[in-house]
Design a protein around this ligand. Structure first.
Ligand code: N01
Length: 492
């Protein structure tokens, strides 16, 4: 897709939104509805869609039901399946952007590289790879899952065949009839493995930690139902509410701690495994030895059957090195491969800290976060006026749709932008409000399942602190963050 003609650049933007994925588009719609502008969205890629543009691996789909994984103010009646596949979600985001007149505001192929706060003028001087911009406020809508993480394995560059990450799929490579190695067994892997197993001559899956997997029960949504949702929107809203509360119940039953619920859920997942995998030895390899919920709980009805295909091997030995011709495991076995797929996740912390953000009095975000990421309500950071984050630290979810968090954050940011519109030059969270907030959530996180469940995951940073997940229900976040409490902010 080529960049559409963009509106002429005003001297100082009222708001610059960085990223045209789910959160950036949601924020742009909200700003337009509120009449806030001039507004611009910059996007590093050549198309909108964020994670749904980038993750095009075979089998990519959402593991949250479609009617819940969509914006409440941009509904879609005709989702084709309970869990929409990637192209349909990407299509939804494009339609939504077009329907809300966002495309002329979006500057594609423009990467945000940093910004410096100008106290005298109360503006941000923004650096992009396509030249500078000036904006009163910046909304970072970059999310945390967009810098592919590659494992630090010796010889990674030695492999002579094609090797790529699930989030950077090379569609020019035909894997049909090839010996393919997949490294990693997270959410991306459980989706891609069943698809690759169908076409590869042989697939070797390198597992370090088995995931907990629940049944998915995906199904097509009948056209009659879609038509009903179109005719009677309240039925679609009812379905959305049903799905929301079904997911939210997990939080209300205390999913953040090891509890009775954990044990019951583990029973269900074990039953799912036992039903799908009769062979005892394979089942043992696939049985997690940490508590369910410590890592993201996956859903799939196709993963276990795929692992039992005659052309699939599950390798649980440690990878010693990558060689010219494949992967050698610690037992010395050389697995000859034609291609390697890295389903090894994302550098979450790095994606927040790699940009060069310089706030008030020369404070760098990397210095403000020297002891770990943290933001008031996951949205604002003391020392960085008029800078707002969507999907910032501690706002990820393990139990419900992240879109509901984005909507809360967009509302909060809108309150702050309104304060600027009403005459404030700058709005900045008070350090004591930020500290109070972070204390509150870190106390809650201290003995959470992510800390005590016996696993390591991308939820925790290098120091073992959870700076990624919200430790409570979506409703609790809504209560905490939906409206910006002006007492917690300093207006300049
Ligand atoms: O990545 P992950 P992902 N040797 O970090 C393994 C979202 N998402 O892309 O568990 C061997 O979960 C690592 O092993 P271990 C969702 O939020 C959403 O799958 O650390 N293995 C793990 O198995 C998700 O949580 C959807 O021991 C190595 C895997 O790589 C997030 O994206 C779909 C290794 C990485 O798993 C990330 O999921 C897909 C090594 N050296 C993704 N290094 C939806 O449907 C790493 N691994 C919404």
């Amino acid at each position: 897709m080529t960049a559409p003609a963009t509106a002429s650049v005003p001297e100082t933007l009222e708001v610059l939104i960085v990223g045209a994925g789910f959160s950036g588009l949601a924020m742009a719609i909200r700003c337009r509805q509120a009449g806030i502008g001039p507004l611009r969205v910059i996007e590093k890629a050549a198309d909108i869609g964020g994670t749904w543009r980038e993750n095009t691996y075979p089998g990519a789909a959402c593991d949250v039901p479609s009617h819940l994984y969509s914006l409440s103010f941009a509904p879609k009646a005709d989702w084709s399946r309970m869990y929409a596949p990637q192209p349909e979600i990407q299509g939804y985001l494009r339609d939504t952007a077009e329907r809300h007149g966002l495309m002329p505001l979006i500057q594609l192929g423009t990467a945000f590289t940093g910004a410096t706060w100008d106290e005298a003028r109360a503006v941000w001087h923004v650096k992009t790879d396509r030249g500078p911009l000036t904006a009163r406020a910046i909304v970072s809508a970059m999310g945390g899952l967009h810098h592919p993480a590659y494992p630090d394995l010796p010889g990674r560059d030695a492999f002579t065949g094609p090797a790529f990450h699930t989030a950077a799929w090379d569609h020019a490579v035909d894997l049909a009839g090839k010996r393919v190695g997949v490294i990693g067994t997270g959410a991306s892997a459980v989706q891609v493995v069943p698809e690759l197993a169908k076409r590869a001559a042989h697939l070797t899956l390198f597992q370090r930690t088995p995931p907990w997997i629940m049944p998915k029960h995906d199904h097509a949504i009948p056209e009659a139902t879609q038509a009903r949702y179109r005719r009677l929107p309240f039925l679609r809203q009812l379905e959305r509410a049903r799905l929301f509360w079904l997911h939210e119940l997990r939080a209300l039953f205390g999913f953040t701690k090891v509890s009775k619920l954990t044990k019951q859920a583990e029973g269900l997942a074990r039953h799912h495994l036992a039903k799908a995998v009769p062979e005892r030895a394979l089942r043992a390899k696939l049985t997690p030895n940490y508590r369910l919920g410590c890592k993201r709980v996956l859903i799939s009805d196709e993963y276990y059957p795929a692992l039992q295909r005659p052309n699939v091997t599950l390798e649980t030995g440690d990878i010693a090195r990558i060689t010219e011709g494949g992967v050698t495991t610690a037992d010395g076995h050389a697995h000859a491969l034609d291609a390697i797929v890295y389903a090894t996740g994302f550098d979450v912390t790095g994606s927040f800290t790699r940009m060069d953000l310089v706030g008030r009095d020369g404070l760098r975000l990397t210095d403000a976060w020297a002891d770990g990421m943290g933001a008031y309500q996951g949205i604002t950071v003391a020392g960085f006026p008029n800078y707002f984050m969507l999907l910032g630290p501690n706002t990820g979810l393990g139990h419900n749709s992240i879109i509901s968090m984005i909507e809360v954050q967009a509302r909060h940011v809108l309150d702050c932008l309104e304060a600027l519109r009403k005459g404030a030059r700058a709005i900045e969270v008070r350090p004591e409000a930020q500290a109070r907030f972070l204390d509150r959530i870190q106390t809650r996180l201290a003995n959470s399942i992510w800390q005590t469940g016996g696993c390591r995951s991308w939820y925790l940073d290098a120091e073992g602190r959870n700076t990624t997940l919200w430790p409570d229900s979506v409703m609790a976040y809504r209560r905490s963050a939906r409206r910006a409490r002006m007492a917690d902010y300093r207006l300049g």
